[in-house]
Design a protein around this ligand. Sequence first.
Ligand code: ADP
Ligand code: ADP
Length: 226
Amino acid sequence: MTGLVLKDIRKSYGNVHVLHGIDLDIQEGEFIVFVGPSGCGKSTLLRMIAGLESITSGDMLIAGQKVNEVPPSRRGIAMVFQSYALYPHMTVYDNMAFGMRIAGENKKEIDRRVRAAAASLQLTQYLERLPKALSGGQRQRVAIGRAICRNPKVFLFDEPLSNLDAALRVATRIEIAKLSDSMPETTMIYVTHDQVEAMTLADRIVVLSAGRVEQVGAPLELYERP
Ligand code: ADP
Ligand code: ADP
């Protein structure tokens, strides 16, 4: 049992109730997409899974272990943000290596993982560049590469394609689909408001509405074919 379990997860800011009891059982290796209108609580839920927001009540288990109080760096998760969040003064190589260096990983292993991630994301020729010398799509691939290097059990994506133009959005979406296929044991949780992304990436889609799970199902169970 190595997936992710959410049991009656609630979130309030003061007396504003944002999540009203979320129950989900996510299997190891599943690709889950959270969709729903702006303000329904998608990002809050993702950030709680990442450990970036506290849980007001309920339990969260990753790989069978309760993680409510476990800090982000110890959860075996990696997150990719809409805004890339790269270190501007560090090269692509160093951006990808940074987390592993902090974790005290040895240099050979760091180099092996950085080069493998770069190769799989077509970034090898950019390893010595700074982020500002890259396109938006390349930057997002660096952010994805940095996340891969952490060997996460759970991979989180918060609207990773929103800042890209239409062509790059499709190309990067295809990269993410390939990535998921190449990491069959890694659970992916992806937030978007884009139905096409949800349809093409998800094993199961979770539709949130006003802080509740409204529906859960495979893409073709939820949406009719166009
Ligand atoms: P979504 O990602 O679905 O657009 P969010 O998770 O960002 O929704 O937000 C859900 C609700 O929680 C919104 O009504 C938002 O205003 C509220 N919210 C988010 N963060 C905070 C905060 N730090 N303080 C108060 N309310 C917040
Ligand atoms: P050492 O100081 O023990 O020689 P290095 O820090 O030079 O180790 O790194 C070992 C390997 O990691 C090098 O062979 C190099 O390929 C790679 N490497 C380390 N840092 C970078 C970097 N910023 N850019 C590209 N490659 C790097």
